[in-house]
Design a binder for this molecule. Structure first.
Ligand code: C5P
Length: 301
């Protein structure tokens, strides 16, 4: 087989249909039940053979993405090279469409796409299971970016079971330039909960039934995010963003992951337009995006 000179992989961002945060573990992570839903906001990662591992980034807020060794795509490439015994380098180029630091797992998507692209470029022959294990080492949300669809994550979010889900859902996403650090939001949640017992996390009632029956109204009612009060405490303007969705009759509204992106589940195209216009006119959102889900996980183009 001839060696490709360039490989491009695409991976999706996510919204969390439910993010239920349990007790803080000894390793610094929280026990989670995380119902992931991959949406049609995607990043592309192009990979070309090179001597070293480097990365460049373009797209919205590309300047906020680090281009050094802390970049999750670079870490993915280095980890794969190390484990597969590859001595080649790679020049990575990321084209971003997923909001940066928005709680939609954009960095995790880049890591998943980089794993796939480098695996194909270097022809490592790694199994799917091996790639999944590397993904889990890179971050709690990276395995889901490989798998996509709708899935339940347990442990720190990395142990996945795909969910029986029917139907397609339409989303409006309010993007905020505020940017939130995931560890800071978890720390704020711990602060807000201090002194209170924390239950073992479980999937909210009605959520899996809603997904099985493809009932968007029922799904909207069972959306839940334990990190939402913490994100709103750090960025109080998010309360107003959520309120606008409710005023315009969104089926559901919640902060996505650790925020500050806010996801609105909408009935149809018309309602998506109404909410998008209201969000833009109110000035609460720095950008408004439309998305549908579920979509597939990382794949080669
Ligand atoms: O796994 P990942 O590197 O994406 O996690 C980023 C941060 O989010 C962790 O360092 C931790 O502060 C927080 N986190 C957590 N519990 C989880 C997942 C993430 O506290 N289950």
């Amino acid at each position: 087989m001839s060696v490709p000179s360039e490989v491009v992989a695409r991976a999706p961002g996510k919204v969390n249909l439910a993010l239920v945060v349990g007790p803080l573990r000894r390793d610094g992570y929280h026990e989670l039940v995380n119902v992931f839903h991959a949406v049609s906001l995607t990043d592309d990662v192009a990979a070309r053979l090179a001597d070293d591992v480097t990365v460049t980034v373009d797209g919205a807020h590309a300047e906020r993405v680090p281009c050094d060794g802390s970049n999750l795509a670079v870490r993915a490439a280095r980890l794969l090279a190390e484990r597969a015994g590859v001595t080649d380098g790679v020049q990575l180029h990321i084209t971003k469409h997923i909001p940066v630091a928005g709680g939609m797992a954009g960095g995790s998507a880049d890591a998943a796409a980089a794993l796939l692209a480098c695996d194909a470029l270097w022809q490592t022959g790694m199994s799917k299971e091996d790639l999944h294990a590397l993904a889990a080492e890179l971050g709690s949300d990276v395995p889901f970016a490989l798998v996509g669809g709708t899935a339940v994550g347990t442990g720190r979010g990395e142990q996945l079971t795909s969910a029986l889900a029917r139907g397609e859902y339409e989303w409006v996403v309010a993007v905020s330039d505020a940017g939130l650090s995931t560890p800071a939001v978890y720390a704020e949640l711990d602060r807000l909960r201090e002194g209170r017992p924390v239950a073992v996390p479980r999937v909210p009632d009605g959520l899996m039934e809603a997904l099985r029956s493809g009932d968007a109204h029922a799904l909207g009612e069972s959306l839940h995010n334990d990190l939402q009060p913490a994100a709103c405490s750090l960025v109080p303007a998010l309360e107003r963003t959520l309120e606008i969705g409710r005023e315009y009759g969104a089926l559901g509204a919640l902060v996505s992951g650790s925020g500050p992106s806010v996801a609105f589940l909408v009935r149809d195209h018309e309602q998506a337009l109404d909410i998008s216009v209201a969000l833009t006119a109110s000035g609460v959102a720095d950008d408004v995006r439309r998305a549908r889900g579920p979509v597939t996980g990382a794949r080669l183009l």
